[in-house]
Write a protein that binds this ligand. Structure first.
Ligand code: NBP
Length: 472
């Protein structure tokens, strides 16, 4: 045998499933994991009888691969990746390829690409989305890095990824950290969409006082509409699930403290660094953070008063119809913010991203796959250089027609005292972006007052300072 087609390091949730997926497409896969027992269990159970080659030392792993070697890291992002790179660079040869398929921070990927280049090793920072199911049956693959190396792994990626009628959900995105940057923004948008769905659920539950079956039916119906998406689909399925012991809806037994692994926070931080407004993503990250203050919230719920409005007296059908439209534009605005961030990052980091390709590959396999991505893809096919999706005729048409639904829902949420940080961020984003005049003139005057920072005027060019007060 002349060696395995590819090797995967990391036999966790994603590594095992992706190994089985690739093997099922006719490739031989070597596997290695830090903890030996996990590899053993994998080859004895899930991978039994398959073209999966277990290895128990990194040296055996590397030597089991066809040259040039293709090594896919599917380990926890962070120090574990650096540890493996330190070890692999001693074993790999010139022109071998390392693919980091984890959720690595894009600046780490940039550093690692430079490092591996100096070692003569190709590096592909590659975002993979779709969770365990996607990894097994076809994820969305977002590769970036050395194009020459990508061409050598393309056959494997194209066979293993998801497909839509628009082709494979995998496309080379750009040099350096382009793949991991796009994956990070994918996750930022994912945070926003999840929060918008959660806020809708909250409004139905505590605003309309709907029972769980009714809410489940609503999400199922929504999934047949313009909201059709993976996240809306799974929300319906989640609400259906009962706890085996108590027979209560499982969602009611799940503690309301949201976890996070960092990709949403990174998206927010980078957006601030690059000066791109992504308030819905920020709102979603903050919503998860504040959910963590469970004990404080419990105490304050007894101390701080909400509105004295009785809920549940709403025309339900009308409200649900408005809420569906509200969700739709909030989702569109979330994608618009993420895409804007990608556009600015692409210019800043020379990724040369093709945004219609990004929208196209997100249509399948990944967590944010949604019908609306078809519209977004088509907008970018027509006009690649749009400063922001909201400039497109398609989006302005939809927003002008539907924005009143968002206003209506927010009025109700505020009246009922139900927090809607992502939805309200959407409306503020919309109203700020379309505002010819903002009160930033006053901010400029304040800055000049206390810090002599100068301001520009509307009636003449230049920078001006006013003696607002007598100092000394
Ligand atoms: P798991 O938690 O299932 O597995 C983590 C893997 O990392 C195991 O193989 C573990 O080895 C290894 N590892 C850790 Br933890 N620390 C290590 C260290 N210091 N040195 C060497 N190996 C170490 O993670 P997963 O869900 O498969 O995720 C893998 C990557 O894929 C992550 O970057 C994740 O963010 C990304 N990702 C996950 C999903 C998802 O839905 N789960 C989706 C998309 C991307 P061990 O067995 O010896 O502990």
């Amino acid at each position: 045998m002349d060696g395995s087609d590819i090797g995967i390091i990391g036999m966790g949730v994603m590594g095992q499933s992706f190994a089985l997926n690739i093997e099922s497409r006719g490739f031989t896969v070597s596997v290695y994991n830090r903890t030996e027992s996990r590899t053993r269990e994998f080859v004895e159970k899930r991978a039994k009888g398959k073209a999966v080659v277990p290895t128990y030392s990194l040296r055996d792993f590397v030597y089991s691969l066809k040259v040039p070697r293709k090594v896919l890291l599917m380990v926890k992002a962070g120090e574990a990746v650096d540890e493996f790179l330190r070890m692999l660079k001693e074993l790999l040869e010139k022109n071998d390829i390392i693919i980091d398929g984890g959720n690595s921070y894009f600046k780490d990927t940039e550093r690692r690409s430079d490092w591996m280049r100096r070692e003569g090793i190709f590096y592909l920072g590659t975002g993979i989305s779709g969770g365990e199911y996607g990894a097994l049956h076809g994820p969305c693959i977002m590769p970036g890095g050395d194009k020459e190396a990508y061409q050598q792994v393309e056959e494997i990626f194209l066979k293993a990824c998801a497909y839509t009628k628009d082709g494979p959900c995998c496309s080379y995105l750009g040099p350096g950290s382009a793949g991991h940057f796009v994956k990070m923004v994918h996750n930022g948008i994912e945070y926003a969409l999840m929060e918008i769905i959660a806020e809708s659920y909250h409004l139905m539950r505590d605003g309309l006082l709907m029972d769980i079956e009714d809410i489940q039916d609503t999400f199922e119906e929504w999934n047949k509409s313009e909201l059709n998406s993976y996240l809306v689909e799974i929300t319906g399925k989640i609400l259906e699930k009962r706890d085996k012991v108590t027979e209560k809806p499982l969602v009611d037994l799940i503690l309301d403290k949201a976890g996070q692994k960092g990709t949403g926070l990174w998206t927010s931080k980078v957006s601030l660094d690059l000066g791109v407004p992504v308030p819905t993503i920020n709102g979603a990250v903050n919503a998860r953070i504040i959910s963590g203050f469970k004990e404080d919230r419990a105490k304050l719920s007894d101390k701080l008063r909400g509105p004295l409005i009785h809920n549940g007296r709403e025309d339900k059908d009308n409200f649900i119809s408005l809420l569906r439209r509200c969700c739709y534009i909030c989702m569109l605005l979330s994608y618009a913010q993420g895409m804007h961030l990608l556009k600015v990052a692409s210019e800043k980091f020379s990724y040369n991203l093709n945004l219609s390709e990004v929208a196209r590959i997100w249509k399948g396999g990944c967590i944010i796959r949604a019908r609306v991505l078809d519209t977004i893809k088509n907008i970018y096919v027509k006009e690649q250089n749009l400063p922001n999706l909201i400039f497109s005729d398609e989006l302005t048409g939809i927003l002008n027609e539907q924005i009143s639904a968002l206003r209506h829902i927010l009025i109700k949420a505020v009246t009922w005292g139900i927090p809607v940080p992502a939805m309200s961020a959407c409306l503020n984003y919309y109203d700020s972006y379309r505002a010819k005049i903002l009160p930033a003139n006053l901010i400029q005057a304040q800055r000049d007052y206390f810090g002599a920072h100068k301001y520009e005027r509307v009636d003449k060019k230049g920078f001006f300072h006013t003696e607002w007060q007598k100092i000394g």
